[in-house]
Write a protein that binds this ligand. Structure first.
Ligand SMILES: [Zn+2]
Length: 192
């Protein structure tokens, strides 16, 4: 199992000292699908990006990387919400395989909160409320944006330049959790 199967929300196996290791590199086809999805998002094609993220999620699932699959599915739902397709965004968000991510609830909660925020920004408050309610009742998770965690310079210095799993760039947008971990903004894999 070591390194082969993403457990939790894209994190690698536990390593000495209780920290998680970084993710094993994704197969080229999955990396390419991820690059394509993020490129479309950057280009402002939210609907196209949503389709690519959905495709990426199923590829990651097939390759035994459920953490990355769930992360991609939720990025896709967020893009779908940005594209204005509210009902489909809710359906796709709820279909993300987040089961088994109990130890990563803050990350899952944050991703669901991002989908809700995109729905609200597009004037779909009812859909956002429905999503929040379903996430609470089905998964016992309250979508929430985590309070910012103070990060010291040495923590930032230890971040790699790019993600070991997807090769995505590591930028200042990286969010640290209160356990000192930080995840790739592209694929959700633990970076430290
Ligand atoms: Zn990554």
């Amino acid at each position: 199992m070591r390194g082969g199967f993403g457990r939790g929300f894209g994190q690698g196996p536990m390593v000495a000292g209780g920290r998680r290791g970084t993710g094993a590199p994704l197969p080229p086809a999955v990396r390419q699908a991820m690059e394509g999805a993020h490129a479309l998002l950057k280009a402002g094609d939210a609907a196209g990006a949503a389709d690519r993220f959905a495709e990426l999620a199923s590829r990651a699932e097939e390759r035994g990387r459920p953490g990355i699959a769930a992360f991609a599915a939720l990025l896709g739902a967020q893009a779908r919400a940005t594209a204005g397709d509210a009902n489909r965004a809710v359906d796709e968000a709820l279909a993300a395989s987040v089961a088994g991510h109990g130890s990563h609830r803050p990350k899952v909660a944050r991703r669901y909160a991002a989908v809700s925020a995109a729905l609200r920004a597009g004037g779909h408050a009812e859909a956002a409320d429905r999503l929040d309610g379903e996430v609470r009742s089905r998964f016992g998770i309250t979508p929430a944006v985590a309070a910012p965690v103070a990060v010291n310079r040495s923590q930032r210095r230890h971040l790699p330049k790019s993600c070991s799993a997807c090769s995505g760039p590591v930028t200042d947008a990286v969010v640290f959790d209160d356990d000192g971990s930080a995840d790739c903004t592209w694929c959700g894999t633990n970076l430290l």
